[in-house]
Design a protein around this ligand. Sequence first.
Ligand SMILES: [Zn+2]
Length: 189
Amino acid sequence: MVDEPRIARAIREILLAVGEDPDREGLVETPERVAAAYAQLFSGLTEDPARHLEGGFAEEARDLILIRDLPVASLCEHHLLPFAGKAHVGYVPSGRVAGFSELARVVEGFSRRPQLQERLTAQVADAVYGKLDAWGAVVVVEATHSCMTMRYAETTGSVAVTSAARGGFEDDAGRRAEVLALLSRGGTA
Ligand SMILES: [Zn+2]
């Protein structure tokens, strides 16, 4: 579990290191507040988010299922600054499908770790493909990274797009392109 008192001590050190007075009124409770926030934002470290797909339900449908605009809110592992955006998940089931809210929990669980957008995309694709025994899965993540936009004005509004394909979509370029077009920005399913 997350050691909140240890985080609070570290945040107090950071405040001192930047020349602030951690005992002034506005900051006096900040170390504890940051510790509580980090405990929440890193809660995905102590769970296996893929387990949310173990429920699933039997369904004979073999047609494409697309879920767009699942919220992503994470912290980049290079700067511990937020990156936020949307995840789009497409898969072709092979006997089992997941509820939409379960997919949202998978995205949230993997987001609540020090993360890379590329790894997050791959982890969601692996979870959907593996846990549902799907024919194939494609995941697209679009996100804005504060470590860029807050520090470099010229990157304001820039969006990083990552994708991962698993299973049948790895070998079928035509089908993969079709799903990517539907999943990426501007596509309407
Ligand atoms: Zn970063």
